[in-house]
Design a binder for this molecule. Structure first.
Ligand code: NAD
Length: 362
C-alpha cells in the first residue's frame, strides 16, 4: 500500500538528517511518496512566514508527517514552530521511547522506558504576566483579596492550568499505548501533595482511568521521588505519563539514561494527525558539515512506520540501525568512545552502512 507522508526537512542540520532518514526508509522497500514542505528560519527569510500554509495543508491532508529539527532564533519575536504545530493540530501526546542500544555509551543498559507527556496545558500554556504590567498588579491584588495571599509586587507570574478533560485524554492514551504495545505498567507522575487543585486533579483522574484497565499495573509517583528512582533503578519503570512540564524535564532525563539526545526519537500525536521528530534540536553549528548523528530521526521514522502499520519495515530498520551502532565502525563522532576519534564517519557514511545492513536483513 502506498503512503503519502508530509516531510518537513527543517533547518540547521535538519535537511541532512532528513535526507538520510528518507534514504533508509526507502531502503526497506516500503512504498512512500514524500510530500515535501518546509518550515522554519530559512523559509522565513524567503517567504516572511516560519510556518507557511502549505505545510499545514499538507499535514491536514496526509495526517502523518516527519520533521527535521527547526531553529527557534532567540529574540526575533516568533514563537517556536514546534509549539505552534502542536497547538494548531492539538497534538496532545508527546511520546518519547527511551531504549538502550548496545554500543551507545551510557551508564545503564537494557532500559526500555516510554515517556508520555501531555502537550497542551500546564505551565507551558503560555499564560504569563510580566513584571510591573497593570494586569500583573491587578492579578496580585485579586489574589490578595480572594485568597489573602500576598504575592511580592516585584513578581512575574505564570499560570498552571490542568484540566480533567486534557488529563483524561493523555492518561487514557498512555493506558491504550501500554495495551497496544504489550507494556505491563503505567506510572502517573505528579506533585499532588503540594499542588492539590492542579496536580491533585491529575492524580485523581489517573486513579480513575487506571481502574478501567485492571490488566495493566498502575502506580503513582511524586515527581521529585520519580527523578531519584529513575537515576537509581530505572529498570523498574515501563510507561510514565506526565503533565507537560514534568514530561518535558523527565524526557530529557530519560534520554540521558540511554545515552543522550543523539539516539532519542519522538512523536507528537493527536486524534487525527501524527508528527514524528527527533528529540534534539537543529545543531546549527554543524550545518552542512556531514557530521551529526542521524539515529534519532531514523528511530522516529521507525515509530512512524509502526504508526502506519508497516511493522516489518519498522523492525528491519530498527535492527539495521542497532546493528550498525553495535558494530561501532560506521558511526558518527558522538557514538565513539572518544569524540575526537578520527575513525568517526559522517552522516552520509553512517546512512550508507545502515542501507547496506537493511539489504542484508531483507
Ligand atoms: P541541539 O539539540 O541542537 O544541540 C545540543 C547539543 O547536542 C549540541 O552540542 C549539538 O551539537 C548536539 N547535537 C544535537 N543533535 C545532534 C546529533 N543529531 N548528532 C550529534 N550531536 C548532536 O540543542 P540547542 O543547541 O539547544 O538548539 C539548537 C536549536 O534547535 C535552537 O534554535 C532550538 O530552539 C532548536 N530546537 C528545535 C527542536 C525541534 O525542532 N523539535 C528541539 C529542540 C531544540
Amino acid at each position: 500500500m502506498k503512503h503519502i507522508i508530509t516531510l518537513i526537512p527543517g533547518d540547521g542540520t535538519g535537511p541532512e538528517i532528513s535526507e538520510a532518514t528518507v534514504k533508509v526508509v526507502e531502503a526497506t522497500g516500503v512504498d512512500i511518496e514524500w510530500d515535501v514542505n518546509n518550515a522554519g528560519a530559512e523559509v522565513y527569510e524567503k517567504e516572511g512566514n516560519v510556518l507557511p500554509e502549505n505545510v499545514l495543508k499538507s499535514l491536514r491532508k496526509n495526517k502523518v508527517g516527519i520533521k527535521g529539527p527547526i531553529t527557534t532564533p532567540v529574540g526575533t519575536g516568533f514563537r517556536s514552530v514546534n509549539v505552534a504545530m502542536r497547538k494548531i493540530f492539538n497534538l496532545y501526546a508527546c511520546v518519547r521511547p527511551c531504549k538502550s542500544y548496545e554500543g551507545v555509551k551510557s551508564r545503564y543498559s537494557n532500559l526500555d522506558l516510554v515517556i508520555i507527556r501531555e502537550n497542551t496545558e500546564d505551565l507551558y500554556a503560555g499564560i504569563e504576566f510580566e513584571l510591573n504590567k497593570p494586569e500583573t498588579i491587578e492579578l496580585i491584588d485579586f489574589i490578595k483579596e480572594k485568597k489573602d495571599i500576598a504575592i511580592k509586587k516585584d513578581s512575574g507570574i505564570s499560570i498552571k492550568p490542568i484540566s480533567v478533560s486534557a488529563s483524561e485524554k493523555i492518561i487514557k492514551y498512555a493506558f491504550e499505548y501500554a495495551k497496544k504495545n504489550g507494556r505491563k505498567k503505567v506510572t502517573g507522575v505528579h506533585k499532588a501533595n503540594i499542588m492539590k487543585y492542579s496536580d491533585g486533579l491529575y492524580l485523581e483522574t489517573f486513579r480513575r482511568i487506571a481502574s478501567q484497565y485492571p490488566e495493566i499495573e498502575s502506580e503513582d509517583r511524586i515527581v521529585d521521588n520519580m527523578c531519584m528512582q529513575l537515576v537509581q533503578k530505572p529498570e523498574l519503570y515501563d510507561v510514565l505519563v506526565l503533565p507537560n512540564l514534568y514530561g518535558d524535564i523527565l524526557s530529557d532525563l530519560a534520554a540521558g539514561l540511554i545515552g543522550g539526545l543523539g539516539v532519542a526519537p519522538g512523536a507528537n500525536i493527536g486524534d487525527e494527525i501524527a508528527l514524528f521528530e527527533a528529540t534534539h534540536g537543529s545543531a546549527p553549528k554543524y550545518k552542512g558539515l556531514n557530521k551529526v548523528n542521524p539515529t534519532a530521526l531514523m528511530l522516529s521514522a521507525v515509530l512512524m512506520l509502526r504508526h502506519i502499520n508497516e511493522t516489518k519495515a519498522a523492525d528491519i530498520l530498527e535492527k539495521a540501525i542497532s546493528s550498525v551502532i553495535k558494530e561501532g565502525k560506521y558511526v558518527t563522532y558522538d557514538l565513539k568512545e572518544d569524540r575526537n576519534d578520527p575513525t568517526a564517519v559522517g552522516t552520509s557514511e553512517m546512512t550508507d552502512a545502515i542501507v547496506r545492513k537493511i539489504k542484508e536483513l531483507s
